[in-house]
Every structure is written in C-alpha cells, then in structure tokens.
Write a protein that binds this ligand. Structure first.
Ligand SMILES: [Zn+2]
Length: 156
C-alpha cells in the first residue's frame, strides 16, 4: 500500500493508557498503531489531515493513546548511585583525608549547582563538617583531599 501525504508529517505523541506521555512516533508508525487497534486517536488535527490511498483513508492523529496500559519498568541510569549505596561503599567513613569521622552526609565532588551528578564517581560519604567546609567547591578548590578516588563497585 503506497500512501501519498500532501502535508508535512509531524510527529505524533503517544500516551499510555493512564495518560502519561510515552514517546513520539512518526505518522507511519501512528497509522500502523491505529490500523492494528493498539492505540486510538486522542487528539486530531484541526483542520483534519487525512491520509489517502486508493483503497484506504485515515485521519492523522496529533496524539494517540494506547488501548492497553503498558507497564514501563523503572530503569535506573547505570552510573547513578543512591545515598545508601555510597554510604555502604565508603563504610560510613568520611572520605576526606585527616578526618576519620563517621559520615552522615553525601558530598558531591563537583557540586550539583555546577552540574555534578548523582553518580558513583561524583559522590563520597562525608561528615557534616567536611561537607560544610567544602561547600560549593571541588576538593582541589577547597584544599581537601580524598582518602581514595570514588569508584563504582564491581558488584553493581
Ligand atoms: Zn569529615
């Protein structure tokens, strides 16, 4: 089946059956989903945009909703570490040289306000004093050193 489309084909938003936005698809994928009845049109274009072939015509949707809810498993970014994971890795010891205190906080080596992420190589266990002293600086800027470089454990 060949289809001529006389208008620019915008991408179509696809919503899960709970109205959460899932993805964008092109109009071919959108039409395929409508034909297979795995989705229905949520919003249409105004004025209507109709796709025609000799044997077939269909009104192009602006957005689609899936007929059945699709469960999207929560997938953690591979490099991201939780607070508990960092405290475990660093055995709850402040990671700044010469401190030796029990860690109660997590320090971002490159501060969050400067784009530092919640990643294994940017987080260390820290006591509140060292964390406060370092502030929005890197360890080098603050004249502080780490007892070891942060790393991602092999078991993760
Ligand atoms: Zn400390």
């Amino acid at each position: 089946m060949t289809m001529a489309i006389p208008i620019p084909a915008p991408s179509v938003s696809v919503f899960n059956a709970d109205y959460s936005h899932l993805t964008q698809v092109d109009y071919r994928a959108a039409v395929s989903m409508l034909v297979r009845k795995v989705a229905y049109a949520l919003e249409l274009h105004d004025p209507p945009r109709v796709l025609r072939s000799p044997s077939f015509s269909i009104e192009l949707p602006r957005s689609l909703m899936l007929t059945d809810y699709v469960h999207i498993p929560y997938r953690r970014l591979a490099d991201h570490a939780s607070r508990a994971e960092i405290l475990d890795r660093d055995r709850r010891m402040c990671q700044f040289v010469g401190c030796g205190a029990r860690a109660t906080t997590i320090d971002h080596l490159l501060p969050r306000c400067r784009g530092g992420g919640n990643t294994w190589d940017n987080l260390v266990a820290s006591c509140a004093d060292c964390n406060g002293r370092k502030g929005d600086r890197t360890p080098a800027e603050a004249g502080m050193r780490l007892i070891r470089e942060p790393f991602r454990p092999a078991s993760v």
